[in-house]
Design a protein around this ligand. Structure first.
Ligand code: SAM
Length: 238
């Protein structure tokens, strides 16, 4: 409960104009560097083609948007982030691509995506879901904007590694079976789930497929009440 309130505060903080300049100058380069391996793992699982329409939620410093744009040369690379600083930073760097219609980056939350139903073939989110104030609402929005059979890739630091860090105090740490429950409850089928590691942490990589008929699935809390024991978390850095 306390963690939930704090997590809402973190998204609120990142969205606030006060923290925007800090996010832009300090956090964006830091995240680009430290999360590079997770973003590369996500990119691999997306298996993008040049014509894909792909959305990233919580793009931060824009590392993955840039990598995706180098592959998706005839489709669309879109992104949302709650931080105005991140969006402004991206706009400065990729103004030409945005003007040409190849990229579409907006300031918006996962829980209220500003896109039409079925607008994307693929979607991705890396180390962002644990900040979302309502993860189930965000996941349902992702199911809505994906076309039938569309792919969603999630990469995020495992629970124990997250809890061992300062950020664990302002994020809602997820264990694998909780994540799988969340995905199934919000309109996805599980393609694969893997536990991977880079030199900073252990993390989950999930490849999900948007279920046909997800719209008629009963709305649940996405498994957010489930609590599970940790599996072997040896390998967490700190
Ligand atoms: C830890 S950073 C990760 C950034 C990037 N994906 C990476 O791997 O480096 C989390 C990002 O998610 C964004 N974020 C947090 N809550 C969000 C929400 N509810 N909707 C969309 N973005 C959100 C933050 O502003 C931040 O840019």
């Amino acid at each position: 409960m306390a963690n939930g309130l704090l997590a809402r505060g973190m998204t609120g903080l990142l969205a606030s104009p006060v923290l925007s300049p800090v996010a832009d100058r300090v956090l964006a380069p830091l995240w680009n560097r430290r999360n590079a391996a997770l973003n590369e793992a996500a990119l691999e699982a997306l298996a993008l083609s040049a014509e894909d329409r792909v959305l990233e939620v919580g793009f931060g410093g824009g590392y993955l948007l840039e990598r995706m744009a180098s592959v998706v040369t005839r489709g669309l690379v879109a992104g949302v982030d709650v931080s105005p600083g991140m969006v402004a930073r991206f706009g400065r760097r990729f103004g030409a691509e945005t003007q040409s219609g190849r990229m579409d980056v907006r300031c918006a939350p996962a829980e209220d995506l500003p896109f039409e139903d079925g607008a994307f073939d693929k979607a991705v989110s890396v180390n962002s879901l644990f900040y979302w104030p309502d993860a189930a609402a965000g996941m349902r929005e992702l199911a809505r904007v994906l076309a039938p059979g569309g792919r969603l890739v999630l990469c995020l630091t495992c629970r124990k590694c997250l809890e061992n860090r300062l950020v664990g105090r302002v994020a809602r740490a997820w264990e694998l079976d909780e994540l799988l429950g969340l995905a199934i409850d919000t309109g996805f089928e599980i393609g694969s789930s893997e536990r991977l590691a880079d030199r900073h942490r252990l993390y989950w990589r999930l490849a999900l497929t948007r279920s046909p008929g997800w719209e008629t699935a009963p709305v649940t809390n996405g498994g957010s009440d489930r609590q599970t024991a940790h599996p072997d978390d040896a390998g967490c850095e700190d």
